[in-house]
Write a protein that binds this ligand. Structure first.
Ligand code: UD1
Length: 422
């Protein structure tokens, strides 16, 4: 296993190019399975989670090959196996989405329940409730969701919470269903917009891009297409915060500034200087910064996937910051590690109170989940001395080439083999 080693204290300066969005790519790769024939997806990030979903869809009978580093060709023609086993679904929750094309194409699916996750229980009850309304018989047996349908049919579905995964699952399932599906209280994250744009290009009839009510008119067939995935807004946000925490200046290219408005507003409130163009942010963190409060919410609210990184910034920003996590029940695992580096954070249920300290000190720390790893890198970049981040596989799930990108901005950061077993 690898670890990331950082000697902190360098001001980051220069330009960075953002990779394709992991969370947009995953459901789109699954969506391809609704069609037969070769679909070409561009701007696919090179990440462990992408490898995992490709392993799942290949297991189900699809063909998937990279034709260059970021371009993927998928053909779902031979989709013929309805079982997605535990060992493939357990590591990544998004694998559960394959249930939708399996039901649409084969009328049956047996998909393992996704494993528990470090950031909370993350059940799939909204997915199951919605699929039942679309005419699917579902039983849960021995850790598997066993589903069959004589034909998906449109329905009016109200989601009790705007779950990203459930919205994506139901959109994919509804494309080939008979009649109209209406999803109310749907999530409207940019990744869902990307999925809708992709499916529409394939021939799906979907209205409500970026809205919380989505109308889908079922069609008989979808066609293969060429499509380019949007840039990753969480990676973009991580680099915006990196400019603040290192008091540097970073031009973030290949971004969609409109996807990061909640964060942009917060960072302006913190006192950072941000300008932007059509596809870039220029972010400066060399002014006087002050603490702000944060409350995570579904989009367009402040993203839970940026909460940990923002908290890292607050640890060294003068003043007191109150961080409320409302999306996940257990997303403060980075706190104990940040505290080991000298941060002053107290957690009380869904709330963390961060008292800004003059400096952090480098330390060996453990990454507990993907975005927590991002927060620990940011903390390591500003800390005095050497930080070692272990369990880097979390980072590799969702940040492409991160140590290379940071080192090009002037950070002293490298990947090493971790021979320490404990
Ligand atoms: C997606 C993102 C993840 C992000 C999250 C929230 C991907 C691959 N992952 O995850 O990075 O942090 O959105 O923005 O896109 N819930 C239920 N029952 C369900 C479904 C969800 O109770 O059936 C709960 C979850 O436990 C969680 C909340 O709803 O507390 C939000 O989950 P959801 O929006 O579904 O997140 P994911 O799709 O798993």
């Amino acid at each position: 296993m690898d670890k990331i080693v950082i000697n902190g204290g360098k001001k980051l300066e220069g330009e960075v190019s953002i990779s394709g969005s992991k969370n947009a790519a995953l459901p789109i790769i699954v969506g391809v399975l609704l069609s037969s024939g070769k679909t070409r997806l561009e701007n696919i990030p090179h990440l462990k989670d992408i490898d995992t979903i490709l392993e799942v869809i290949r297991y189900l009978g699809a063909k998937a090959d990279f034709i260059d580093r970021h371009t993927l060709e998928i053909d779902g023609k031979n989709l013929d196996k309805e079982i997605a086993p535990y060992n493939l679904v357990k590591t990544m929750r998004a694998s559960f989405l394959v249930i939708a094309p399996l039901l649409a194409r084969l009328g049956k699916a047996k998909v393992s329940l996704p494993g528990g996750c470090a950031i909370g229980a993350r059940p799939v009850n909204f997915h199951i409730k919605g699929l039942k309304q679309l005419g699917v018989d579902i039983e849960v047996e021995e850790g598997y969701v066993i589903a069959k349908t004589k034909g998906l049919r449109g329905a009016k579905i109200y989601l009790d919470f705007p779950s990203v995964g459930a919205t994506e699952n139901l959109i994919i399932a509804a494309c080939l269903a008979k009649g109209e599906t209406i999803i109310e209280n749907a999530a409207c994250e940019p990744e869902i917009e990307d999925l809708i744009n992709f499916l529409s290009l394939m021939g799906a009839k979907i209205e409500g891009v970026g809205k919380n009510v989505i109308h889908i008119q079922g069609v008989n067939k979808l066609n293969p297409v060429n499509y380019k995935i949007i840039p990753d807004r969480i990676e973009t946000g991580t680099f915006m915060i990196a400019a603040g925490i290192t008091k540097g200046r970073i031009k973030i290219n290949n971004a969609v500034p409109g996807h990061n408005e909640a964060l942009e507003k917060k960072l302006l409130e913190v006192g950072m200087d941000i300008s932007k163009g059509k596809d870039y942010f220029l972010v400066k963190g060399d002014g006087i910064l002050k603490a702000v409060d944060i409350k995570t919410m579904p989009y367009p609210g402040f993203p839970t996937d940026i909460q940990a990184q923002m908290m890292a910034l607050m640890t060294v920003t003068p003043g007191k910051s109150v961080v409320n996590e409302t999306v996940f029940e257990n997303r403060f695992m980075h706190v104990s590690e940040l505290n080991r580096m000298g941060a002053k954070i107290e957690v009380n249920g869904h709330q963390a109170i961060v008292e800004g300290v003059p400096y952090l000190s480098g330390a060996p720390v453990l990454a507990s989940d993907l975005r927590a790893s991002g927060a620990l890198i940011l903390a390591g970049l500003v800390a005095k001395g050497r930080t070692e981040i272990k369990r880097v596989y979390h980072l590799d799930r969702g940040y492409e080439n991160i140590e290379k990108k940071f080192s090009l901005l002037g950070a002293e950061i490298r990947r090493e083999k971790d021979i320490d077993l404990f």
